[in-house]
Design a protein. Structure first.
Length: 435
């Protein structure tokens, strides 16, 4: 290591005509260029990251700087053109001046070595001082920096008006192409990345935006109520039996089936029964409306559009053989965007209990989608193993490849799952611990 350092130092020598005043003056000028580059870079972040509240605060301030900042924001294309032009001119000047300073101060044993060292040193200094640091620290005082740089930038926009005008015209042309669809569409991953880095301190806003983005990649089976938990009424039930079921569960719509849920005849809207409450032998079957069936792999954004078009709130989810897998409602889709929705009749009942030792007891029927949300896990946490399963119990069966024994531990990534209780061949309770 010491030999390498000695060799490196031996390859660099100070020129005999080295002048300390000259180097000091050049260093001051170079530092000034780097500071100006940092201010321009920070101003770019500041002006294009201001919130509506910040802009309103600017409009309400008095003073030349605040008024200049407002005028700059009224012409964002010209402001962007000015920042890009000035920033690039300053950076090029800093690069050229750095190279001049190094070449007139130091001598290198090899021209290639000297050129390499110049490129590395100049690039590092310019990126650190002119890009990275200002863009990090400018976010801590966006409004203050915008006001501080308002007058210099306003003067520079006047000087660079011809160039910034051409850039503004090019920007508007690109914007028109984007709006007319000539430029490729932004992917869902791109949108998620933008949401992750967007300037907002409101976690709920970010969660809602991410929920909207995920609509196009989430299948209906991931949000549906599974068949085993569906409350439905047999078409041969009496009016009294129907009323008892309605009072017990308090749902506004009930699927109607014959013999089993694979033969759904339609959907009963409870509001349709109100005018017949005084008729004990009323034939409620006459009020059954046609059911709306959807395949399990339909995306929920498409289902939402269909719900809007058909003025529907409930769909029966079926597999490739036509068998019912469960039901999906408008509320299920909206909960993917805004989180759990509770009405006045709902009780606060979580699908898990947290134990004193830090572990969790989950229902086996908990959807993997919900499990990942509750445990703050990535959306694709189970993608490697889940197969066609959508519940926590199903994931355990996929991991084991068989029915696990009671209290048997199954490890996956940083989680340890234990099958605690069974209901016949169904895993009813699962303990979850994280290592």
């Amino acid at each position: 290591m010491e030999d390498g350092v000695s060799l490196l130092l031996g390859a660099i020598t100070v020129r005999p005509d080295f002048s300390l005043p000259f180097v000091a003056a050049c260093s001051v000028l170079l530092a000034a260029l780097l500071v100006f580059s940092a201010l321009i870079s920070g101003a770019e972040v500041a002006y294009f990251s201001l919130s509506h509240g910040d802009v309103s605060a600017l409009r309400g301030r008095s003073g030349r700087a605040s008024k200049a900042a407002v005028r700059l924001l009224e012409r964002p294309e010209h402001l962007l053109g000015c920042v890009l032009v000035v920033g690039n001119v300053v950076n090029v000047a800093a690069i050229a001046f750095s190279a001049f300073l190094i070449q007139h101060t130091l001598a290198f044993a090899s021209e290639l070595f000297g050129l390499t060292l110049e490129v590395v040193a100049i690039s590092f200094a310019l990126l650190l001082c002119g890009e990275v640091l200002p863009k990090i620290y400018s976010r801590k005082g966006l409004l203050s920096l915008a006001i501080f740089m308002a007058l210099p930038l306003y003067a520079l926009t006047t000087v660079t008006l011809p160039l910034s005008f051409l850039m503004a015209k090019a920007t508007r042309s690109v914007n028109r192409r984007i709006k007319s669809g000539h430029v490729g569409e932004i992917s869902m991953d791109d949108l998620s990345g933008v949401i992750d880095v967007m300037r907002t301190n409101n976690a709920d806003d970010r969660k809602i935006l991410k929920g909207i983005v995920k609509l196009g990649s989430t299948d209906v089976r991931e949000v549906m109520t599974p068949r085993i938990d569906v409350v439905a009424v047999e078409i041969g039930a009496t009016f009294a039996e129907l009323c008892t079921l309605i009072v017990k569960w308090e749902y506004s719509r009930l699927p109607v089936y014959e013999e089993n849920l694979d033969d759904v005849k339609g959907v009963l809207y409870i509001k349709d029964l109100l005018k017949h409450l005084g008729e004990p032998d009323f034939a409620w079957q006459t009020l059954v409306r046609p059911a709306y069936f959807v395949p399990e792999n339909k995306k929920i954004n498409d289902l939402l559009e269909e719900f809007q078009a058909h003025k529907n709130h409930l769909a029966v989810v079926v597999d490739e053989y036509g068998g019912a897998l469960g039901i999906a409602t408008l509320e299920d889709i909206l909960e993917e965007i805004v989180g759990e929705i509770s009405d006045e009749s709902d009780t606060e009942e979580l699908p898990y209990r947290k134990q004193s030792d830090g572990t969790y007891i989950f229902e086996g029927k908990t959807l993997l989608n919900d499990f990942c949300k509750l445990m703050s896990l990535p959306d694709g946490y189970f993608d490697d193993v889940k197969g066609d399963s959508e519940t926590l119990a199903g994931a355990l069966l996929e991991l084991k490849g068989d029915f696990p024994a009671q209290n048997e531990e199954i490890r996956y990534k940083q989680a340890v799952f234990t099958a605690l209780a069974f209901d016949g061949r169904r895993i009813q309770k699962v303990r979850v611990a994280f290592e």
